[in-house]
Design a protein around this ligand. Structure first.
Ligand SMILES: Cc1cc2nc3c(=O)[nH]c(=O)nc-3n(C[C@H](O)[C@H](O)[C@H](O)COP(=O)(O)OP(=O)(O)OC[C@H]3O[C@@H](n4cnc5c(N)ncnc54)[C@H](O)[C@@H]3O)c2cc1C
Length: 295
């Protein structure tokens, strides 16, 4: 099937894009078109106006300074995966990007499109939840910032209004000093180019990376596809904090993930299997993060 007819707009600035969204209530933004194209081709979306934001180069950036990591909404998955700055400062981001689908999706798909889509199996939503990211959103009425924990409300339902555009995200580096932090993003998926069955994004900050058994000062655990929204597992974080990582604390973290996961069943993975995976990937990802935090 082909998409229904629509009027095509290609704004040159963010202000022009938001003015178009304000003017046309039945408008859809188009970024990498990796999700929208499929939906429109199947006529599950039939917008009267399409606002193509691919000329908004100001939204394609990775910016890392001493305090903050910022990534623009139009940054492609491939550029997030390949960014040496992100690989060093916030490797969970680049690892998550690298594992999205295959090269064709990664070459075109964008951070903003993924956040707007808000699929609970999505890689970035999980990263943003784990890292307590802020989302930056604009419209013709002005700008606002929303914490990731408040943005993802229910299954593919977010705090984003129809006339708003995501401009980017930012993450504070303060809790994650590079020399004492390890991160990981691990996925279980049935085939490389498909969505994951479960993914785990974790970060571990230790007290002394040169110690034989450093103490976990702070941990972050978030899971993809384990609930209706990206799932932050506070109890798993608490289970490993305050002592060196051990079989016991890892088992407690895995148990917490199994308890808190509320996954839907899928054709190849029923609910019980996905809960087990949530536990196992929490454990593996925390172990990898802990290893990565040590010199
Ligand atoms: C085969 C396949 C496998 C995939 N596997 C994965 C996977 O494993 N993990 C994963 O995370 N993703 C996966 N994806 C999704 C992929 O990451 C998409 O690229 C992404 O979700 C959408 O990004 P996009 O730039 O293509 O957005 P588009 O398709 O252009 O737009 C998607 C939606 O977002 C809105 N939008 C886009 N940009 C903005 C913005 N800046 N502000 C507000 N709204 C905006 C659009 O209006 C539209 O409603 C997969 C996709 C495919 C086709």
């Amino acid at each position: 099937m082909k998409p229904a007819t629509f009027e095509y707009h290609r704004p040159a600035t963010v202000a022009e894009a938001t003015a178009l969204l304000a003017e046309h209530h039945d408008a859809e933004l188009m970024a990498g078109n990796q999700s929208l194209g499929i939906i429109m081709a199947n006529r599950l979306a039939t917008p009267d106006h399409l606002v193509d934001i691919n000329d908004l180069d100001e939204l394609a950036y990775v910016d890392v300074d001493d305090d903050t990591v910022s990534v623009g909404a139009l940054t492609r998955h491939r550029d997030i995966a390949a960014s040496p700055d992100l690989q060093e400062a916030m490797p969970m981001f680049s690892e998550a990007a690298e594992q999205i689908a295959g090269p064709s999706v990664r070459n075109l798909g964008t951070l903003g499109g993924s956040i707007a889509e808000a699929d609970p199996a999505g890689n970035y939503p999980t990263v943003l939840a784990a890292l307590d990211a802020d989302l930056h959103i604009t419209s013709s009425e002005g700008e606002r910032t929303v914490p990731a924990a408040e943005y993802f409300i229910a299954y593919m339902f977010t705090d984003l209004a129809e006339d708003e555009l995501i401009t980017g995200v930012s993450v504070s580096r303060d809790p994650f000093p590079t020399d004492r932090t390890g991160m990981a993003f691990l996925e279980q998926k049935p085939a490389t180019q498909t969505w994951p069955t479960i993914s785990a994004g974790t970060a571990v900050r230790v007290d002394d990376p040169n110690a034989d058994e450093p103490i976990v000062e702070e941990a972050r655990v978030a899971l993809a596809n384990a609930a209706d929204v990206p799932l932050r597992v506070d109890a798993a974080e608490e289970a490993v904090e305050g002592e060196p990582l051990s079989e016991e604390t890892l088992a407690a973290a895995a148990e917490a993930a199994i308890d808190e996961a509320r996954p839907g069943g899928e054709m190849h993975a029923d609910e019980e299997y996905k809960r087990e995976l949530a536990g196992e990937y929490t454990k593996r990802s925390l172990e990898t993060s802990y290893d990565n935090a040590q010199h």
